[in-house]
Design a protein around this ligand. Structure first.
Ligand code: DGL
Length: 279
């Protein structure tokens, strides 16, 4: 993979945010709210979404291509704002592929580290893509930090297509969301916290809230990830120095930029200008 970033290892650059599609915008929105001083590039691989039903090897290859594209665009630090990519590609890219001076972070660690602050029953429900559930990443990570917490998982394969197709209040969305929440909750009556462990899911929040019994809290990851990134940058000043400042936002999609702009405005909360990019 030929990259131009090797030419100047010390130049500062925007922070890269990557997702398979629109879901990462829910995380980016919070990162931008909490850290508005930096420049950012968002890359959505809308042409190849969903990642959640694909093999380990495919998610790894797609994610690596997008991360290297962000490095080529000048980013030194890339956040995988995608649980599926964090579960299936983050560790391998970190161990095998990272060029000197480049960093990538995921969304699973920030979520699992602080999960004990939310549950009283020590029973957590995870709603995620098939890929994330099958990887067992949440169980493994939560067990590492908080061995007393029991984790119940349920995969929701229809939720990402509903979001990507802007069907977030359709009859189908109501049917699948109700059904999937019921299936998760049949695993234990004591679940008191549900983690939306896919960055697309907060876009279905009004419906998710409607079908979740009172007393169960629903946790989206955006703010947790943003706070964790702020903390990371404070503790790693050598990386913080390489994040350029100015508040400039760029958006790229591997699919149609006009369609991206329309949906991004809804999901990100402000008008954006997007361009197509080949990875
Ligand atoms: N938004 C992604 C996640 O957090 C995955 C969606 C998909 O491509 O299936 O898992």
């Amino acid at each position: 993979m030929n990259s131009t970033f090797e030419k100047d290892n010390n130049a500062s650059g925007p922070i890269g945010i990557f997702d398979s599609g629109y879901g990462g915008l829910t995380v980016f929105k919070e990162i931008h709210r909490i850290l508005p001083q930096y420049n950012y590039i968002y890359l959505g691989d809308n042409a190849r979404v969903p990642y959640g039903t694909r093999s380990f090897q495919t998610v790894y290859e797609y994610t690596k291509e997008c991360v290297f594209k962000l490095f080529d665009l000048g980013c030194n630090l890339v956040v995988l704002a995608c649980n599926t990519a964090s579960a299936k590609a983050l560790r391998t890219i970190q161990q095998q592929d990272l060029p000197p001076g480049k960093k990538i972070l995921g969304v699973i660690r920030p979520t699992t580290e602080s999960i004990d602050q939310y549950t009283k029953t020590n029973k957590i429900g995870i709603l995620a893509t098939q890929g994330t559930v099958l990887s067992d990443s949440y169980k493994i990570e939560i067990n590492k930090f908080h061995p007393k917490i029991e984790v119940f998982q349920h995969a929701c394969p229809f939720w990402v297509p509903l979001v990507e197709n802007n069907e977030i209040d359709s009859l189908g969305a109501h049917y699948f969301v109700k059904n999937d929440i019921e299936q998760l909750l049949t695993q234990s009556k004591e679940i008191d916290t549900i983690v939306l462990a896919c960055t697309h899911y907060p876009l279905l929040l009004p419906i998710i809230e409607k079908y979740t019994p009172q007393g169960i809290q629903i946790l989206a990851q955006g703010e947790l990830v943003a706070l964790s990134l702020a903390d990371y940058l404070q503790r790693h000043l050598e990386i913080e120095k390489k994040c350029s400042r100015g508040g400039d936002l760029q958006f790229y999609t591997t699919d149609d930029p006009r369609a991206f702009e329309e949906k991004a405005e809804i999901f990100f909360g402000q008008k954006v200008h997007a361009a197509n990019i080949k990875v």
